[in-house]
Design a protein around this ligand. Structure first.
Ligand code: ZN
Length: 295
């Protein structure tokens, strides 16, 4: 009798383990509908520049994301296919280098929901200073990433990123960079990298570039990286990730060591997807070739 019960429990556990995998495989077997593909082409500039195998990999990641994560409309917003596909595709750019051609990839395993507001949203903030004074305020936010499996986004700003020329800010890339950062166990600007040698190199390169950005921010010197990245190492990683995918040529020209580290981590080179902007000979920066878009 005990043997039968143990067998039934074993079979139940096996089915519970297998069932989600089978459902995912079935979802991935269906190609993305033409209407959803059109959204991908329209709203994700990087997709247009990709070679066919990379395009297919991104499509599969989008299917997996849509299958595994739920989207919740907030403040009366009704979630549309355009929102789901645009957010999923931009988020999946960050994990494109992890994906194989056949088997399902690891796509933000601890994320379960994306909450979308129509525009910037207000959240209560509580700060306690050294004297113990508690200040309550309400802040306008464009996006937030939580360690409990949620990302919150303003659709107005997600959509606006697609229209900006050149694109410099991207709230989806920013918040999902925080998600990757938290995979290492703490959100501190260093995602999971594997070996000690990789952490050493990452820490050296990112610390150097972070210190330089803090100096630039203090002196009001504008560069390719937004000064918001000078607020903490975690924000630096998120801001630099936006630049890596949105302004790869500019980032590689001005921060080659940082670009190298990101190439090793993301395992894609976004310069392959975008035409090189017109170089500008830049005298104040010692005559090095830079790109003039942001100055
Ligand atoms: Zn941030």
């Amino acid at each position: 009798m005990e043997g039968i019960i143990a067998g039934l429990i074993g079979a139940g556990l096996l089915a519970a383990w297998l069932w989600p995998k089978l459902r995912l495989r079935r979802a991935l077997a269906r190609p993305l509908e033409p209407g959803l593909l059109a959204i991908l082409e329209r709203n994700v500039a990087q997709y247009a520049g990709m070679a066919p195998p990379e395009r297919q990999r991104l499509q599969r990641l989008v299917q997996q994301f849509l299958h595994e994560k739920s989207f919740v409309g907030c403040a009366g917003l009704e979630i549309t296919d355009e929102m789901r596909v645009t957010i999923a595709a931009q988020a999946c750019l960050l994990v494109l280098g992890r994906a194989g051609d056949d088997s399902p990839a690891i796509v933000y395993p601890s994320l379960h929901a994306v909450l979308v507001y129509p525009g910037a949203f207000l959240v209560p903030r509580r700060e306690i200073d050294v004297a113990g004074v508690v200040t309550e305020q309400r802040q306008d936010l464009l996006g937030e990433s939580w360690g409990d499996g949620r990302v919150i986004l303003s659709w107005d700003h997600v959509r606006r990123a697609g229209w900006e020329v050149p694109e410099t800010h991207n709230v989806v890339l920013h918040e999902f960079a925080h998600q990757l950062d938290s995979e290492s166990g703490s959100t501190n600007g260093a995602p999971y990298l594997g070996s000690t040698a990789r952490y050493r190199s990452w820490s050296e390169v990112l610390s150097r570039n972070y210190a330089a950005l803090r100096r630039d921010a203090m002196w009001g010197q504008r560069g390719v990286l937004d000064h918001y990245g000078a607020s903490s190492p975690a924000e630096f990683f998120a801001v630099a990730t936006e630049s890596f995918f949105e302004q790869p040529w500019e980032l590689a020209a001005r921060h080659p060591d940082l670009y190298e580290e990101f190439l090793k981590y993301f395992r894609v080179d976004p310069r392959d997807w975008m035409a090189q902007p017109q170089p500008v000979y830049d005298e104040p920066f010692g005559g090095q070739v830079v790109y003039g878009q942001w100055r």
